[in-house]
Design a protein around this ligand. Sequence first.
Ligand code: MN
Length: 411
Amino acid sequence: MQCLTDIPRKRRLRRRVEFFEGTLTNTTAPEIDTVRIFDTTLRDGEQTPRTSFSYEDKREIAAALDEMGTHVIEAGFPVNSDAEFEAVRDIAESTRTTTCGLARVVDKDIEAALDAGVEMIHVFASTSDIQLEDSMHATRAEAKQRSVEAVRRAKEAGVTVMYSPMDATRTNHEFLIEVVEAVSDAGTDWINIPDTCGVATPTRMAKLVSDVVAHTDAYVDVHAHDDFGLATANAIAGFEAGAHQAQVSVNGIGERAGNAAYEEVVMSAESLFGVDTGIDTTQIMKIAKIVEQCSDVPIPANKPVVGKNAFAHESGIHAAGVIENASTFEPGVMTPEMVGATRELVMGKHTGTHSVRKRLQDEGFDPTEEQVRAVTRKVKDFGAEKQQVTDDVLTRFANEVGVKEKSEVKA
Ligand code: MN
């Protein structure tokens, strides 16, 4: 199939640490073998309240996603506007990977996506009763019929087709399976299972994916939302239950609380499940910063993988352990190098002598043990007043205590 074609990519950094001792060593067979990444930063991500990407933003984000080896880039909703159409068209033309355009089950939407030259069309229709009644204003029968016609129309045009029964997780189960079978018979290549309103849980998502997989020959994809903080867990549960692909966005941006985060899903697959996604993970920090800037949605400090605290240590015990061996208080299977980030020893209220000595040495000082203890006391007092111990502050403390620089000692 067109969009499963392997495109040669730069190799990612190999995992340096291979261990899961103790309670996690119970896996004999791989729980997941295929993880494909469908990025929707430019579509659902752009639907983040108060976010709008310029043409240049879209091109920059798409180029970075392409460079990393992302399997599909959902570039936008071509029928939306001329500007959107042009961005999708130029992304489809300039990227090596599969570009996807969104379309309702409406002819003009499908025509616009085809005119934009995308290799994949993602058609969607509401299937839950609440959305059928109060959003799409159609009956179940009409929604099913229009879905089948839209899939046929897009297939006839020769593109890869993904079909989404929108709000699948709140759709009557028998009707959902009826729609899945109907669009499968119409030739859809992919069925996406959208948890549009973020109500799925990992176990229920896995059950739903297994049921859908049993009723279609199409590839299965999952689309999770983070209303309850379960988006990544639900995406992973989807893979464990047989899904081939997950829809994600960089930094997890998207409608309401956002989507499953690109960086979380990719690193879980790579580091926790040992799956080679083919994605160059060393560029994750770079794209996180690009999307942060273009979306104007700041990355929280405690955001997994890309937050500024994700590889930072302050407490004395942790920092001392990390100085000896970073795997003592980090996952070990995921390092900052793997995602293009850097480890940081933060000076503050909880700092111990080990990190102060290390930081002083890194700054070119050669402190005695007594001086290390004196500087540590100053750092802790300063940090307790909620003040930031920057490099300049640390240097000031070192000078106050009379710490000599290494060159002075040699001379
Ligand atoms: Mn969504």
